[in-house]
Design a binder for this molecule. Structure first.
Ligand code: BTN
Length: 249
C-alpha cells in the first residue's frame, strides 16, 4: 500500500452495524477502488471511504469536486436480485442519503432519481454502477458524495453543504441510514422506499423538463412506477416512463 492510500481502518460502530469500512486518504475515485475490491471478492456491505478524491465523478460524465472535508464513499452491495432490479438501489441510496442529511437539520428534498437538495441547493449525489457476471448481477457499487466542509460554486445550479457537523459524523449517520434502508428494501421490496422518496420528491403535477440523450421532454410529474421509473405526463396527456435522464427544471 502506498503513502496517501493507507487504510485507516473501520470503527467499531461501523462493524456493529454490519459494514466493513475501508478508509483511504486520497484516491482517484472510490468507485474504482470499490470495483477493484469487488473483483477481488469483497463481501456484501463493504464500504470504501476516501478523505479526498482526485478524479471524483458524477452522473452524466460530470466531475465531482472532492476536496478534503466532505463525504466520499462507495458501498459494495451484492443483493440476491435479478440484474433488472439493480436500478432500484438508486432510490434506496437517495432515500438513505436524504435521511442522513435531514438528521442534521434543514429542509431536504429529492430530485429524480437521486439528487439530494438541502434548503434548495444540491448537497449530495449518488452514482450507481452495476457489475455483472454473464447475465447475473455480481455487485452494485453505490457511490455517495455529501458536501460538508465545502460545496462547489456552480454557474448552473445552487449547491449546499451540511454546516452543523463534520464529515466523520455525517459518514457514521450515512452508514446507519444506508444499512436501515437497504435492510428495508431487502425485506419488503421497493414499495416503502418509493413512498419515502415521494414524501421528499416533487409535488404531483409539478412541471418537469427531462433531458434524455439530446432530447428535451416537457411535462408534469406523475409519480414513480412500482419499479422506480419516473412517470412524466406530456402535454397531450400521454405518459412517458423514464429509466434514465436528467431533470433540468
Ligand atoms: C452526481 O452526479 O450527483 C453523483 C455524484 C456521486 C459522487 C460520489 S463521491 C463517492 C463516489 N466516488 C465518485 O467518484 N463518485 C461518487
Amino acid at each position: 500500500m502506498t503513502a496517501g492510500r493507507a487504510a485507516i481502518g473501520a470503527g467499531p460502530e461501523a462493524a456493529a452495524r454490519g459494514w466493513r469500512v475501508v478508509t483511504l486518504e486520497a484516491v482517484s475515485s472510490t468507485m474504482d477502488e470499490a470495483r477493484r475490491l469487488a473483483l477481488g471478492g469483497a463481501f456484501d456491505r463493504t464500504v470504501v471511504r476516501a478523505l479526498e478524491q482526485t478524479g471524483g465523478r458524477g452522473r452524466m460524465g460530470r466531475a465531482w469536486a472532492s476536496p478534503p472535508g466532505n463525504v466520499y464513499a462507495t458501498a459494495i452491495l451484492r443483493p440476491a436480485v435479478p440484474a433488472v432490479r439493480a436500478l432500484e438501489l438508486s432510490l434506496v441510496a437517495a432515500v438513505a442519503t436524504a435521511d442522513t442529511v435531514a438528521a442534521f437539520g434543514g429542509t431536504v428534498r429529492l430530485k429524480w432519481p437521486n439528487d439530494v437538495l438541502l434548503d434548495g441547493g444540491k448537497v449530495a449525489g449518488v452514482l450507481l454502477e452495476a457489475m455483472t457476471a454473464g447475465a447475473a448481477l455480481s455487485a452494485v457499487l453505490v457511490g455517495i458524495g455529501i458536501n460538508v466542509a465545502s460545496r462547489p460554486e456552480l454557474a448552473d445550479r445552487a449547491t449546499a453543504r451540511i454546516e452543523t457537523a463534520d464529515a466523520d459524523a455525517v459518514f457514521e449517520q450515512l452508514l446507519s441510514a444506508l444499512g436501515a434502508r437497504v435492510g428495508q428494501w431487502t425485506r419488503d421490496g421497493l414499495d416503502g422506499i418509493r413512498a419515502a422518496w415521494l414524501e421528499r420528491g416533487p409535488a404531483l403535477g409539478s412541471p418537469l423538463t427531462v433531458g434524455q440523450g439530446g432530447e428535451l421532454l416537457r411535462g408534469s410529474f406523475a409519480g414513480l412506477e412500482p419499479g422506480g421509473l419516473l412517470r412524466l405526463e406530456l402535454a397531450d396527456g400521454s405518459l412517458r416512463r423514464i429509466a434514465s435522464g436528467e431533470i433540468l427544471a
